[in-house]
Design a protein around this ligand. Structure first.
Ligand SMILES: [Zn+2]
Length: 378
């Protein structure tokens, strides 16, 4: 496509999303203020009450929407990594809440991030996952309308009916097809439409999602699902994700104490060849020094690390200590170990048994341990 045309389409797409969200935000104003009137009609009119209802209603309905996705996904065999409503994120696998700076998403006011272990026959399940959010809003709206009709007390009836309206608006707007500002997230309507048109998630996209999921779960790398790791190891990922894939796999192999596998991974890594991720180059230098005893090559690799890494980076100092130890420069090796220990302490990063054994061997001038133990799961 011609560049100007492409830029135009991109700008129009962003305008479209902003327009939909603006209309949504405006449509929620009246029900919120009506509900405030219904609830506190006798109190002199205060816009603050309306705003409070506006925020409360919106949070309730966005929560219902995101829980709808999460429940539908879980029922379909998704692993739900993150549920976000406004600024609050919840990570079910580790049962942790965290602050999220939400700037861009497919859903109005939140999102759910889930992964599927495989791509086979998942189009229908994907559709149910995407439909779960809007469906939750529509069901909630229906239930609230019925409650408002049959319930007692005019004030409460008014509040409930207006909450139903808000849920209806949020559910309906999510079915309008649009994309997020960065073009990477899409509304539920856009996802469902794409699925109906036969678009499927590619294996590369799926692997990228699995990587993000593993990273987000943040659990001990020895606890990762073997099938997921095998899926990531066996296939290609798009170039944007390669450095990250290598980083994650390295983390896994080191957790298992498999230094040879870690070294083979980095030997083939584009990120090490291009120097796109200095931390990988530093780890590779460390493994070259420790396993091959090649201090010269390791030092060359360390020379590619950015200058500010040299004094402050634990991995850099650890690699440097091994290089000095191999060259028989014992004082310098011991100094590097001392620096590495200090950094670990400052960063509240306790040394594991492998690191301890290595550092002790350097300090005591013994042969360096070339075998690592599997890290104990926390
Ligand atoms: Zn949604």
């Amino acid at each position: 496509m011609h560049k100007i045309l492409k830029d135009g389409v991109e700008a129009a797409s962003i305008l479209w999303r902003d327009f939909i969200w603006l209309v949504t935000a405006i449509l929620l104003v009246r029900p919120a203020f009506w509900a405030a009137d219904d609830a506190f009609g006798h109190v002199p009119h205060s816009p603050l009450l309306g705003i409070a209802f506006y925020i409360g209603f919106m949070l309730l309905c966005v929560t219902a929407h995101e829980l709808g996705h999460a429940v539908a996904g879980s029922l379909m065999g998704y692993r739900i990594h993150m549920i976000v409503v406004a600024a609050a994120g919840y990570r079910p696998p580790v049962r942790k809440f965290q602050y999220i700076f939400l700037t861009d998403s497919g859903d109005f006011g939140g999102y759910v991030f889930g992964t599927t272990p495989t791509l086979k026959n998942w189009a229908k399940r994907n559709a149910i996952f995407f439909a779960g959010g809007p469906l939750a809003n529509l069901l909630l709206a229906a239930a609230l309308f019925v409650a408002a009709r049959n319930g007692a007390g005019d004030a409460l009836k008014g509040v409930v009916a207006n909450l139903a309206l808000v849920s209806l608006v949020i559910g309906t707007q999510s079915l309008v097809p649009y994309s997020s500002r960065n073009g990477k997230s899409h509304s539920d309507g856009a996802q469902l439409l794409a699925l109906m048109r036969g678009k499927r998630i590619s294996a590369e996209e799926n692997r990228a999602s699995l990587l993000q999921g593993l990273h987000l779960d943040g659990q001990d790398a020895t606890l990762w699902d073997d099938r997921v790791v095998a899926e990531i190891e066996s296939g290609e990922v798009e170039s944007d994700w390669r450095a990250f894939r290598d980083h994650m796999l390295l983390h896994r192999y080191l957790a298992f104490g498999d230094l040879q596998k870690a070294k083979r991974l980095l030997e083939k890594s584009d990120a090490v060849k291009d120097g796109t991720l200095p931390s990988l180059t530093i780890e590779y230098a460390f493994l070259v020094a420790l396993l091959d005893g090649d201090a010269g090559r390791a030092d060359d690799l360390l020379g590619k690390a950015p200058d500010d890494a040299c004094e402050k980076d634990f991995s850099f100092l650890r690699a440097k200590a091994v290089v000095h130890a191999i060259r028989g420069e014992r004082d310098r090796a011991i100094a590097a170990v001392a620096d590495a220990r200090r950094i670990a302490k400052e960063e509240h990063r306790p040394l594991d048994e492998n690191e301890n054994a290595l550092f002790l061997a350097i300090e005591q001038g013994r042969a360096l341990p070339r075998q690592w133990q599997r890290r104990q799961a926390a």
